[in-house]
Every structure is written in C-alpha cells, then in structure tokens.
Design a protein. Sequence first.
Lengths: 296, 296
Amino acid sequence: MVIECVPNVSEGRRPEIVAAMADAIRAIDGVRLLDHSFDTSHNRSVFTLAGDAAGVERAVLALVERATADIDLRTHRGEHPRMGAVDVVPFVPIEGVTMAECVALARRVGSEIAARFNVPVYLYEEASNNPARKNLEDIRRGEFEGLAVKMASEGWTPDFGPAAPHPSAGATVVGARMPLIAYNINLATNRLDVAKKIAAGIRHSSGGYRYVKAMGIMLEDRGIVQVSMNLTNYEQTPIFRVFETVKREAARYGVQVLESEIVGLVPSAALNAAAEFYLQIEGFKADQVLENKLHR
Amino acid sequence: MVIECVPNVSEGRRPEIVAAMADAIRAIDGVRLLDHSFDTSHNRSVFTLAGDAAGVERAVLALVERATADIDLRTHRGEHPRMGAVDVVPFVPIEGVTMAECVALARRVGSEIAARFNVPVYLYEEASNNPARKNLEDIRRGEFEGLAVKMASEGWTPDFGPAAPHPSAGATVVGARMPLIAYNINLATNRLDVAKKIAAGIRHSSGGYRYVKAMGIMLEDRGIVQVSMNLTNYEQTPIFRVFETVKREAARYGVQVLESEIVGLVPSAALNAAAEFYLQIEGFKADQVLENKLHR
C-alpha cells in the first residue's frame, strides 16, 4: 500500500526550521520523504512523503509537533494564503489503496492532531461531507487573521478540536484527494487575451471540465503566453482531453501549441492513458507495464 | 539493478516438466519468476524472470540443469524452430543497468553453461561481435537436425564449449538485447494486400525502420487485417513513429486504423515516450513519474 501525503507548512524563510521538520519526518519508520522545498516569498514549505497508512500518520503527527513548537502565525508574513502552522494535509491514494481508506486516514489523523496539540481541524475535499467545506479556498478565506471571527460564525465549527484557533498555530485543514497534476501549455503567441480566453473555456469555474483549474498568464522572458493548469482528477478529466481542447481552441485564434510541461510529479497511469488514447490501444491493462509487474 | 531474462525452452507438452523448471527458478534467491507459459503446438515454453545479475545467472544455470536432464531433442517435434533444449537466453536491461553490463553477463553465463553442462553456446544480438552471428534466425537456421553439419562448417565454431552438439540438448544461444514489444495495429478493412504493403513499407528487411519486424495477416474471425509487429528497440524506433507511419500509409489506401494492441509486457518508458510526443511535453524527466520516484 502506498499513500502519498503533501503537507504544506507556513515556514519558508528559516532553513534550519524547515530542515528540522524534514528530519522529524525522516526519523519515522514506514514512510519516505520524497521531496521538500520552501519558498521565501510565500514563506511556505511543501513536503512530499509516501508510505503505508501507519507510516504517514506517524510522520504527519511528528511534523505537526515540530511546526506547532517552531511557528507563530501572529508574526508570520508571506504572499501565500494560510490559516495554520501546518496549513493543509492532503492524503492521496497511489497504489493498493482506495480513496475511502484515505478518507478514513484523514479523519483519524485530523482527530489525533486536535487531541494531541489542541489545534482545531477542518476536513476538506473527499474527507468532508459538507458541500460548503470541500473547497480549500472556502475554508481558508479570511486566513489566520480572520480565523477567530470566522470560527465563531455559523457553519464554521471545526470537525475536530476546540471551537477557537490555536493562539500561535491557527487551524489545520486535513483531507483526501486524487493526485494533482500541475500542467501548463505554452502557446506560440504573445497574445495574453488568447491564453485567458482558453483558460476560461476549459476551467470548471466558468463552465469547462470538472477537474480543471486554469488561468492565462504571460511568460515575460520568452514573450509567449501560457495556459497554466491544475488537473485535480486525471481519471475523470484526463490530460489528453484537456490538451486536445486547448489545441482546438487555440486554432480558433490562429494560434498553435508550442509545447506543454508537467511541473513536478505525475502518476504513471496519467501518462499511460495519453499513450492509450493517441495510439488507440484497445484492451490495455496496467499490469502489462513491466515496472508495475516488477514492483508488485 | 533489474535485469529481465526470457529463456525459451523446447518443452511445451509435458506440464509437469515445465512446472519443475518453473520451480527450479523460484527456488533461487535474488530473482523473481514474473511469468511463464507453454504452447503445445510449438512444443515450447517461455519464462520471464527478473532480478539482479547474480540472481538471473543462478536461475538460468538452474534452468539449464533441469532442461538438459529432462529434454531430448532427438525425439522433440514442434512447429517452432529450435536447436537446443534451452534454445535462447536473452538478457534485457530494465532499470539501473547498462546494455554493456548485460553483454558481460551473457558472456559469463554462456561460458558457464558450456563449462558445466558441455553444451556449445553461441552469442547473439548485442553480445555477439560477429555480424553473421547477431541474428537469431541465422544462427538457428538448419535447427537441431542440421546442427552437427552446420557446426563442422566454416564460421560456425561456437563461442563457448565443444565444437559439436550436445547429443540430446543441442546448442544454446545466449545474448543481450533491448526489451521487445509485440505491437499490432488493426485496420478497418478486410484487404490483406493493404496490410502486407504497409508491413513491407515499415519493416527493416525491406527498407523500413531499423528496429521493426512486421507482417500483414488476416484476422479471420473478425474479418479485418492486422499489421503484426515486433519492435526490437523502442528507444531508437519509438512506438508513436511506427503508429503514425502505419496510419499515414493506410490513409493512402483509404483505410483507417481501427485500434492497436500491445501483447504482453511493455516498459513504462515506451509508453511515456508516446505521451511526451503527442502532448508535446518539453523537458520531461523519468524521475517525474511518481512511481519511479517511489521505487528508487
């Protein structure tokens, strides 16, 4: 069983604090720290870890312990919105594990965080049954500074823990979601309006594909524009369909796709689906991939 | 380090003998038997195993020991050409291992087979330096029945072992090659001439791509034709290029591609290359695949 977990922590300016959190994760059995990075302007770190349910649970609790001791949101400044020292903890099913098991894990870990560290916890995405509290942006709106007022208002009692923010660590959002793919398509034009129109056409919020978030941006140094996307469920909204739609919409403006890029990690199954689609492969099974067979 | 090895053995009619050979492989540490199958009309078995160099070496020697004891080519009949009890032993680089290391392994194992079992060994493909003895079909021409005469003729001294066939076990061909992909493209027509013309156009032997073997065949039960292929080096001659060429050539005859199929195993990198090509992904690296990162 492999579960990925990608905690986002509100510290990106003191490398020694980030390193101490990474060490706290590395000290745990049954989990591997695959990657970690921090961003000074966001003042935020992202850890990518993977392991079995027990391993990622222990690692997250160790991380929250360190973060709660070392981070004080009352003095934290940064560009990225945040409401907690450990701001968001998503669990992601990768191999030999269902979404339902990741939801159960998110609830267990959320409950433990509240019980051990007295930090209120909101569930989100698949782990939340409340339609108004599925979307991370909705839960985080108002940020740490607005949290005490928000928590006292109707509908914002947390899922676990105290009904008011932790004085220095705020509140933590815990949940389960599909792997997220950061995917960009660069267009052979400097017309930002074209990228923005295409983004509006494909994103869920304005009538596009259900699991696409998109915006059009200018890549100043290259003099071209980009449709910058997050694909939040590659099974339901596959990469190839998004790519083909962007290509077709661009053609409408006489614009060609220059290239695309995947930022960070991508599940093998998301790439295989593209190969199957374009090569018209019928009856393909995941266990035909040599590496899948090897590692099973 | 992962090396795949796919020994072909001249026994496909006595299940208990095939099972005993599979057990001999399973008893070895450092190697896994991923798959095995036998064909009664061919009277032949194919074993797929994977492990490190020492593991696959021990497994192959254990297999040769059993096969030499149990198989007598003097009474062996079957449709598939063969010259040895263990007929062919290819080593295939999969992960963390170079072709040069697989060549060295093939030579070591070939020398051991000759020394321990008194079976003459021919090297082939990447393990052979002799242009006339790279191609398996050239080495095997004449089969077991013609082997004594062939071995006595100029240019056919084996690479290892005695200058005459083993009385019951013949000779064994050992070498190193890239993973082979069995790939078929079905056309929406019953015109066998179209499939044959396309096959002739893309295969190496008649001027096509260097690492493609192809033939046009009729799928009688479905009333359609197929371009049936072996892709012998997916890095040098990638799947997507072959697919696009077949599609274009079919269009020349007013014929469409119905679907394609991958038979058996395919390396993840071969599918990723197709995704990269069609999605125009720039700067993609294998360690962006989540599973590659996990299993490293």
